[in-house]
Ligand binder design. Structure first.
Ligand code: TXA
Ligand code: MG
Length: 350
């Protein structure tokens, strides 16, 4: 399949890139699959109202069919065709964080495609805060089902080039609006329970949510690999976000990281290190492939560089990747969640 590429202006796409947006939107209307930028990661969009279109997403990504999709909307009025009712906590969260990197799980309306929800009685919905995503929805007049635009199991794409690496010839088009902002997928919150529950941590933190709705719980499955904790968000059970070489999280001082590197090198391994610029500056051996994922002074830089960093190791010959760890508060919770999945929970502790 030919994959069309459109470079568009991310600030004013409807003014400066109208022909490109029109072309991409008409492919969406023809039930084709088109990747586009959001403020979190690139999404792989298709008409959420068409079974045929939605099935193409699963096929292009190689996504297991029991993993439901998020439906993206550009206007609140689109909700009435998608969800049965909006609980009060969800209404407050929409007012506070939409458009933005927050997905709400709500009771679904009868008639919503079972392929979108993977047979669940609930639907995940989000209003993205990205002019290109919104322009596509406005011009096509469609709600768009969109998972992250990566092959299943790979790190989510934060640039159009990442999407191309994974999906060229598998989808109808890619709208290139430059690198995304947040860099990690949206926070997913289940609003169908008495107390809202975080199913996937993201850029909107637990602390942010609690300021708006009071107590918020976290799905216990996020902290555990044990069988009895089945995640309520089906996607969280799969290994994810992983580069080709095995990733180990290294928790401890910089000298402990240095020792860990030395031990691996003595075994003849080529070592990759994913860490902040401050940590990289402390490492003495230079025969490593060090990739910076931002600065300790501002963990949002780590969030936005994490996936690009993980993907970058695939162009190197490293046998093993050691990653720095971060405090699990604020956006650190989302960073550690993705790192743990990339590492398959392999942790080396001082
Ligand atoms: O930032 C994002 O959310 C990006 C951009 C493109 O919007 N999308 C994204 O989609 O990350 P995806 O499909 O990669 O992740 C969706 C997550 C999965 O873990 C899925 O299991 C969960 O949301 N999910 C979807 N519908 C759900 C539902 N009804 N109940 C519980 N979890 C659900
Ligand atoms: Mg994904």
């Amino acid at each position: 399949m030919e994959t069309k590429l459109w470079a568009v202006d991310k600030e004013e796409p409807l003014i400066n890139s109208y022909p490109q947006i029109m072309e991409a939107a008409s492919l969406l209307k023809e039930n084709e699959v088109v990747a586009f930028p959001t403020e979190t990661v690139y999404g792989l969009g298709a008409n959420a109202l068409s079974d045929q279109a939605v099935l193409k997403i699963f096929e292009a990504k190689g996504r297991p069919s029991d993993n439901p999709l998020i439906v993206h909307i550009s206007k609140l009025e689109q909700l009435k065709n998608l969800v049965d009712n909006v609980p009060e906590a969800a209404r407050k969260l929409m007012d506070a964080f939409w458009p933005g990197p927050l997905t709400l799980v709500l009771p679904k309306k009868e008639g919503v495609s079972q392929y979108v929800t993977a047979g669940l009685e609930t639907l995940a919905v989000r209003m993205p805060d990205h002019a290109v995503a919104r322009a596509l929805m406005e011009v096509s007049e469609l709600p768009l089902a969109a998972p992250s635009a990566n092959l299943s199991g790979k790190p989510s794409p934060t640039t159009a080039k990442h999407v191309e690496e994974d999906l060229i010839h598998r989808i109808a088009g890619i709208v290139d609006g430059g690198p995304t902002g947040v860099g990690l997928e949206s926070t997913v919150v289940d609003c169908t329970t008495e107390v809202p529950v975080i199913l996937r941590p993201g850029g909107v933190t637990k602390e942010d949510l609690e300021k708006v709705v009071g107590k918020v719980d976290v799905d216990p499955a996020l902290f555990s690999q044990e069988e009895q904790h089945k995640p309520k968000s089906p996607g969280m059970k799969y290994t994810h976000y992983a580069p080709v070489a095995p990733v180990y999280l290294v928790e401890g001082s910089e000298s402990f990281l240095q020792q860990t590197i030395t031990v691996a090198q003595r075994k003849g391994q080529k070592v990759g290190v994913l860490a902040t610029e401050e940590t990289i500056a402390q490492i003495k051996t230079r025969e490593i492939t060090a990739i910076s994922c931002g600065t300790k002074k501002d963990l949002t830089t780590v969030a936005s560089h994490l996936y690009d960093g993980l993907r970058a190791f695939n162009a190197t010959e490293v046998d093993v990747i050691f990653s720095e760890t971060f405090p699990r508060t604020g956006v650190g919770a989302a960073i550690m969640n993705r790192l743990e999945k990339a590492a398959g929970h392999k942790l080396i502790k001082e």
